[in-house]
Design a protein around this ligand. Structure first.
Ligand code: GTR
Length: 346
């Protein structure tokens, strides 16, 4: 019997082949796990609009939102095979494919959102996007994902000890598994679109995410204790299949990259507004917000994760470069819609 992945792959590969034989008329297919109203999905539609403008409608993007094509891990594989042209995913599922991406997922790496943006927009960000090429993915851009924090159905979390024994859903990445283990909790990798049900059924007690995902996924309706651990600020990433990229001519590549670059500031504005909006919505709904988190305790408990995953001089150098980056001072950062993580180890 065919697996779900094979069933998915067959028609997509077929359609992808039409690009080769039928010229450039077919739109680029893009996978997205979030619903239509989410900032990342809106950014993909912005790319479509900019591309259509630049090319007189010759190049378009068709967005498959809401996770309808499968989990991020699955669609990423399909993208590498060439069955999907574009894919917007979190960096987590890329961690096992491109080791350099793990650096951006290190816990308490960034001092603030402004610091994370300096890394994404600067040389380290470029190096990490380029590191994807030999793995079949063209890294096109990063999108903000803000700070991730733990939330759960059971109790307020202030110290790592409060996490002991909790079953926590994580993304499909060993670094997230290790982080949760380092806190004495039990990590369970589950695709994003299945987490709500897992929380309702008690398969897991909690998860971790940013404000917009916590709100948009409705996890807040079940997991009512949100603790501002702000432990990771890894970004979202937009990738193209190298199969697709190689079929585009020079001008088409330029159009696509320009449209993608144009979508980044649009997404950033949408993101900052959505962070505020989502935070307000869930607070109005009455969730318990735990702000007096012992960040130093979390950071030192997770510190061994750095040593475990920074296994080569190249990875260590990337982490050092990011730590050494200047970022706007806190006042300016706050002005930029910042929600600076506090209490990191630097
Ligand atoms: C969100 C992210 C998604 C997905 C999700 C998750 O913040 O935007 O791409 O990675 O988290 O936790 O799986």
């Amino acid at each position: 019997m065919l697996t779900r992945r094979e069933l998915l792959l067959a028609p997509l590969l077929l359609m992808a082949c039409q690009r080769k034989t039928g010229g450039s008329q077919r739109p680029l297919f893009a996978a997205e796990t979030h619903p239509e109203s989410y900032p990342t999905t809106r950014a993909l539609h912005a790319i479509d609009r900019i591309l259509a403008d630049r090319t007189g409608g010759e190049m378009r993007v068709r967005v498959y939102s809401g996770g309808q094509l499968g989990s991020e891990a699955d669609t990423l594989e399909i993208t590498i095979f060439g069955g999907l042209d574009l894919n917007r995913v979190n960096l987590a599922p890329v961690n096992s494919i491109v080791p350099e991406t793990m650096v951006l997922a290190l816990p308490f790496l960034f001092r603030s959102v402004a610091h994370s943006r300096a890394a994404f927009d600067g040389a380290p960000g470029r190096v990490i996007l380029d590191a994807m090429t030999p793995h079949g993915l063209k890294g096109l851009c990063y999108y903000d994902s803000g700070a991730r924090s733990f939330y759960n159905t059971r109790r307020p979390i202030r110290t790592p000890d409060d996490m002991r024994g909790l079953k926590v859903r994580v993304q499909n990445s060993n670094i997230y598994v290790a982080m949760v283990q380092a806190l004495g909790a039990n990590p369970t990798p589950i695709p994003y679109t299945e987490v709500f049900q897992a929380l309702v059924q008690g398969v897991v007690d909690g998860a971790e995410n940013n404000w917009p995902s916590y709100e948009s996924s409705r996890h807040f309706e079940v997991a009512r204790h949100y603790s501002m651990t702000n432990h990771v600020l890894a970004p979202e990433v937009l990738v193209a299949s190298m199969h697709t990229w190689e079929k585009l001519d020079h001008a088409q590549r330029e159009h696509l990259q320009a449209a993608v670059d144009g979508s980044v500031p649009i997404m950033r504005e949408l993101w900052d507004a959505r962070v505020e909006e989502s935070r307000r919505r869930v607070l109005e709904d009455g969730i318990e917000l735990v702000e007096d988190v012992d960040h130093d305790a979390f950071a030192s408990r997770m510190r061994p994760v750095w040593d475990r995953f920074l296994t080569t001089p190249r990875l260590r150098e990337l982490a050092d470069q990011i730590q050494a980056l200047d970022a706007p001072p806190p006042a300016e950062a706050r002005h930029a819609g910042d929600h600076a993580p506090r209490g990191n180890q630097q």
